[in-house]
Design a protein around this ligand. Sequence first.
Ligand code: FES
Length: 125
Amino acid sequence: MTTWNLGGCERLVLLCNGDTCTTRGSDEITVALRRALAAAGLDPVVHTARTRCLGRCDDGCTVVVQPDNIWYREVTADLARRIVREHLEANQPVTSHVSFTPGVQGLQQMSGTRPGVEKPRGATE
Ligand code: FES
């Protein structure tokens, strides 16, 4: 187990390792993205964490970049390397695979993204 000093860290990349994304190659994606980060010298400023299901299985493999709040869909190892190069190094998200991005009223769904099931609003009993 490791306890990293996250001082100076600027971004967090969440890599879904839920069942659906694992079936679609999330382990390979995790390795590809982490290797690309290391090669680019971004390890001190970009932290990564594997998660369980991020709730967008139809989009799998799902990757989220925070605090940008950019959600990626259908991520492959090649796309993971592009995310490092274009988004994390050059600050240009790979728009062709963005599923959600910050909008005026919360996240905004991008075209080509499956809508999904509405989340319940208000108190539940
Ligand atoms: S398993 Fe990855 S979003 Fe559900």
